[in-house]
Design a protein around this ligand. Structure first.
Ligand code: DX5
Ligand code: ZN
Length: 219
């Protein structure tokens, strides 16, 4: 049974009012999704370790950091140290996967493995046990507001089967283009955790949008 967690992505919030964006979904959103970009791994720049520290001072809502950066081996543990509840690294960027995941977990955080739409999960089968979450990108990472890639649905279904068959206790997360129209078929494919930027912060009432998305995922 899917658990249907909704993580609003602050990338879609008003950057002049990030604290308000966190607080407006408090009590409704399960966690908050914080995108970290470095102009290298993706052609955009967003958020940093200082954002995590600043958010920690205004809210207790757990922070899910999605690192779209080069050299996550060097930088990821610092996000855990600053209080992120989960730190997700991209498979395409990580060098020493065992050491980096161990360093994140040593700081008391959960850790996630992210793959771009074109990156097969099969390449990482022997490493999945090192993670608490598997993020299948449903857009090419870098920007919010893109269209959900239906072509990723078979990959989601296959990943769901794989996790169940191998008894791997990872949450299956998607990120990109999640909205009222796309969330039902993603839920049917076996997603546990939905990241939603535009669908939450582009709505007149972000808290209500979170509730509506969860209800649709559970239908
Ligand atoms: C993009 C980010 C996403 C982004 C999703 O690379 O990782 O988290 O905020 O935005 P929407 O939900 O608008 O597609
Ligand atoms: Zn993201």
């Amino acid at each position: 049974m899917a658990i249907a967690q909704i993580y609003p992505s602050l990338l879609a919030a008003d950057f002049a009012r990030i604290a308000d964006a966190a607080l407006v979904v408090e009590g409704r959103a399960d966690w908050l999704h914080v995108d970290v970009m470095d102009y290298h791994f993706v052609p955009n720049l967003a958020f940093s370790g200082d954002t995590v520290t600043a958010l920690r001072s205004v809210t207790d809502i757990p922070l899910d950091c999605h690192l779209m950066i080069e050299d996550p081996d060097r930088w990821a543990p610092g996000f855990a140290e600053r209080g992120a509840a989960n730190v997700t690294i991209h498979a395409e960027a990580v060098d020493n996967l065992p050491a980096t995941t161990a360093a994140i977990r040593a700081e008391g955080a959960r850790t996630g493995l992210a793959v771009k739409p074109a990156t097969p999960v099969e390449h990482y089968l022997d490493d999945l046990h090192r993670f608490d979450l598997l993020l299948l990108m449903t857009i090419d990472p870098g920007f919010g507001g893109q269209k959900f890639m239906d072509s990723v649905l078979p990959k989601i279904e296959a990943a769901r089967r794989l996790l169940d068959e191998r008894d791997l206790d990872l949450w299956l997360q998607i990120d990109g283009g999640v909205n009222a129209e796309t969330i039902e078929r993603a839920a049917a494919a076996g997603v546990d955790v939905f990241v939603a930027g535009t669908a939450v912060y582009g709505a007149a009432d972000p808290a209500a949008a979170v509730e509506a998305l969860r209800a649709q995922a559970l239908r």
